[in-house]
Design a binder for this molecule. Structure first.
Ligand SMILES: [Zn+2]
Length: 358
């Protein structure tokens, strides 16, 4: 069967061995699979990604010298069942699932494993127990957004905003937009969104951000005082003496480049909760005493729980999320390498979806 393989730091369309389900697994036809920032990173920096995984305590499931089939944001159609399966869903059922498989070394990430190929392929093997049927005739491209949107669901649930929280989202790429979606669904407002790109700011606005900021012109932290969030320790002291009821700040860092943490320690209002979603994979320097003086709280988040994933799929199925803001391109396997190039400088793109049957 045909797949896009990462061989060295390049993508090729290649013939790969057929996907064969083992015990507890199904074989499925890939209908759609989104290209993720971590896929882009893996093409050029796979060895570094592996090292980061190992240093975090993950199992060694990836041999960078072998062909790798990426793709973990998928929607697929069940074709057939392997041995020792319950077969509770009929072949032909469209499904999504969290991108996990269970191998001899424990859980592995589909699309970041030599053993479990990802969905930039005509067919893939999935774990039966994790399959969720796509509800309400939701289009496969939209269902494939469950995975990246669930990242936003999780970030917001860790942030745990209350009725008086004011949210700031820094970076309006796919992750920042997913955070805005989750904040809106939770009724949080106002939402301030910051990004250098006018198209990204327009998308943030379309999803319901109340204020959009171009950081080249205005500091994302300029508006705190106008929402009753004391912007400095001095303002906080005065507000407390005056007996004012204050609001709290919750900040989502969705950029993931060096310098972001330090700029938040300098700019965030005292007592803010910073949720770090952007995955910076380089050494970064911070001056912790600033965060101490302001009593900032930092939470670092990864992925989502199975419940958050299922809840996000349900919301998509109920039409609570507009997938069109995210879907900016559909490509075949042959066009996938070019789509990766396009996303290296995203411009007008958010999510390009690969449709291997094209
Ligand atoms: Zn991803």
């Amino acid at each position: 069967m045909k797949a896009v393989v990462r061989r060295g730091p390049r993508l090729h369309v290649a013939d790969v061995p057929e996907a064969v389900p083992q015990a507890g697994q199904v074989v499925a036809k890939t209908l759609a699979c989104g290209i993720c920032g971590s896929d882009l990173h893996a093409v050029h920096h796979l060895e570094h990604s592996i090292e980061m995984g190992l240093r975090s305590g993950a199992a060694n499931t990836l041999d960078p010298a072998r062909d790798l089939v990426l793709g973990h944001e998928f929607c697929a159609e069940i074709l057939d069942y392997g041995p020792e399966t319950d077969k509770r869903l009929k072949p032909g059922t469209q499904v999504v699932s969290t991108p996990f498989a269970f191998g001899p070394l424990g859980p592995e990430l589909i699309g970041f494993s030599t053993r479990y190929r990802g969905a930039f392929a005509e067919r893939l093997v999935l774990t039966e127990a994790l399959l969720l049927p796509v509800p309400n005739g939701l289009a496969p491209e939209a269902a494939a957004l469950t995975e990246p949107l669930a990242v936003g669901t999780h970030a917001v649930s860790v942030g745990d905003p209350g009725p008086r929280s004011v949210a700031l989202v820094i970076g309006c790429g796919p992750i920042g937009l997913a955070v805005i979606v989750a904040l809106k669904r939770r009724g949080v407002g106002p939402i301030i969104a910051a990004d250098f790109s006018p198209t990204r700011r327009a998308r943030a606005e379309r999803l319901g951000a109340d204020i959009v900021v171009d950081p080249a012109e205005t500091s994302p932290h300029a508006a705190w005082s106008s929402f009753d969030v004391p912007a400095t320790l001095a303002e906080m002291g005065l507000a407390q003496m005056a007996g004012r009821t204050l609001r709290d700040a919750i900040i989502f860092e969705c950029v993931g480049v060096p310098g972001m943490l330090q700029s938040l320690m300098e700019g965030a209002p005292p007592g803010a909760h910073v949720v770090v979603v952007g995955a910076c994979a380089e050494d970064d320097t911070i001056l912790p005493v600033l965060a101490i003086n302001k009593q900032l709280r930092f939470s670092f988040v990864f992925a989502y729980s199975p419940d958050e994933f299922a809840e996000t799929l349900h919301a998509l199925g109920e039409g609570e999320i507009d997938p069109e803001v995210f879907l900016t391109g559909k490509v075949s396997l042959d066009e996938t390498a070019a789509a990766f190039e396009r996303l290296a400088s995203p411009g007008n793109d958010v999510k390009i979806v690969v449709q291997p049957w094209r």
